[in-house]
Design a protein around this ligand. Structure first.
Ligand code: NAP
Length: 267
């Protein structure tokens, strides 16, 4: 349920980043998320390095930028990603967010790439329910495997409609920025104290509590990014932590859901 994100990983020295990703894989965080956008391809290069000798153990995901997402553009972008990653296939390929190109062309490209074995499945990112409905009308049945969306303790908007829609349609939800992309609740804040108390009760730390909370529904995965090996190890062990219904309620109370926003929040 816990994987590894790679946005900005190229800002860490390559050997350190590679070491961290490999440690995470050995500890069971085998879902690796990257994108052609990250460091303009540099992150994919680092992931490729980290995958040497470990490719078979990994569920590898990359994304096409909306500006490239025409039928021919998607195919060309995928081939460049495969070259940077040093692999012959992606386990899943996503449209990073919806752009100006019609979805039909992107879907045709995904289907072609899948038929050729260059991708084993495909999905989307930052899609609200209306976009998912539209996509569902275009895509062959059962083909959309996941929707990668923003989800952390202080941004629970996807609980209103996106998660229920995905659960009904058997589409996995991949929670990105599970630690608020660097703005995690401060330990001394009121909400931070709730997390700390729960962490103490479990012999864990607040981020592990957050990951366990976010992945409490079977349809939801999380992909924290860690460039430090110690962080990766902590994140990996969150997979074993189980919160009680009372503990889940106390987190829900500390980080209220709020109203459904007009449009899906994204970063
Ligand atoms: P994030 O995972 O919420 O937070 C990353 C930050 O948390 C980094 O500063 C990291 O530090 C720190 N961290 C990680 N584990 C920690 C631990 N155990 N203890 C303390 N600090 C820890 O942020 P994110 O990178 O925005 O999101 C995760 C991934 O989601 C991305 O990398 C990317 O793959 C994906 N994403 C997708 C989209 C999309 O539009 N589809 C958008 C944003 C993100 P260190 O790096 O120093 O270890």
């Amino acid at each position: 349920m816990i994987g590894q994100g790679t946005w900005n990983i190229e800002k860490t020295s390559a050997p350190e980043a590679v070491k961290t990703l490999r440690r995470g894989i050995h500890l069971g965080m085998t879902h690796i998320d990257t994108a052609e956008m990250y460091g303009s391809g540099e992150a994919e290069g680092i992931v490729g390095e980290a995958l040497r000798g470990l490719r078979e153990r990994v569920f590898l995901v990359s994304k096409v930028l909306p500006g490239n997402a025409t039928e021919t553009g998607t195919i060309a972008a995928c081939e460049k990603s495969l070259a940077r990653l040093g692999t012959d296939r992606l386990d899943c390929y996503l449209l990073h967010w919806r752009g100006r190109h019609p979805l039909e062309g992107t879907v045709r490209a995904f289907e072609k790439l899948q038929a050729e074995g260059k991708i084993l499945s495909w999905g989307v990112s930052n899609f609200d329910v209306e976009d998912l409905e539209e996509l569902n009308r275009l895509a062959p049945r059962g083909r959309v495997v996941c929707n990668q969306v923003l989800y952390h303790l202080e941004e629970r908007a996807i609980e209103h409609a996106v998660i229920p829609w995905c659960e009904t349609h058997d589409v996995a939800v991949v929670a990105y920025s599970p630690f608020g992309s660097g703005s995690f609740p401060k330990p001394e804040s009121k909400c931070g104290r709730v997390l700390r108390q729960l962490a103490e009760a479990h012999g864990a730390n607040p981020r592990q509590i957050a990951l366990s909370f976010l992945t409490r529904r079977p349809a939801v995965f999380a992909i924290p990014k860690a460039a430090q090996a110690g962080h990766a190890a902590e994140n990996a062990s969150a997979g074993d932590l189980k919160l009680t219904p009372e503990e889940i309620s106390s987190i829900e109370a500390a980080f209220p859901l709020g109203r459904r926003p007009r449009s899906l929040p994204m970063i």
